[in-house]
Ligand binder design. Sequence first.
Ligand code: FE2
Length: 223
Amino acid sequence: MVMNKVVSGGAEREVSTAPQAASVPGSTARMTPARGMAAPVRVAGERVREGHGPVSLLERLGERLSFERMSARMYEALATKLERCGTFESGPRREDLMAIREEEVGHIGILRHAIEKLGGDPRELGRAARVVRVANSGVFQVIVNPRTSLAQGLEAMLMVERADCDGWHMLIEMARAVGEHRMSDSFYLASTEEERHVELLRRWVTHHALQDVIAGAEVLDAA
Ligand SMILES: [Fe+2]
């Protein structure tokens, strides 16, 4: 990537001279067409290089978007599994799972809006988004496999939600770092919902594990 130094408003900054760069009408920002998240997307006064600033924020937003889309599908699959297998004592009800799914869908909306604000296209998958999709595909297979139990599916989902929480916390920090404070606030709201998802899943998984260990102890006592 060729970078030239320019002076604007007394401040020196670097801009890409990539042929796809184009001015945005009514804005001092420069943006590429939406495709290709790896290329610089906007230069708005900050020092922006490939892998830095709004460019890498876009990549991470795409990653999170891919994650949330898969999470919504995983909760749908968990609800289907629950319908088929039933639940356990103090376990989730179908409406609990679908309520979480609705919040994941809300997070998809937040991310789509943020990506569009930075000049990206939420329909396109960046490299990080593709990696996340591959990484989470194993968990999805555990959930949809008819030979696994609801508890095993919930345990796999707990792993995903823990990673999701970390991802949102990172986005909050990244948005703040590039001056997108309103965006960062919306990410904070999503992260509090994700923390509640972790707490609910941890509670259900723990209840099931305790029931398992108590049942095992009763079998040993009866022997
Ligand atoms: Fe979640």
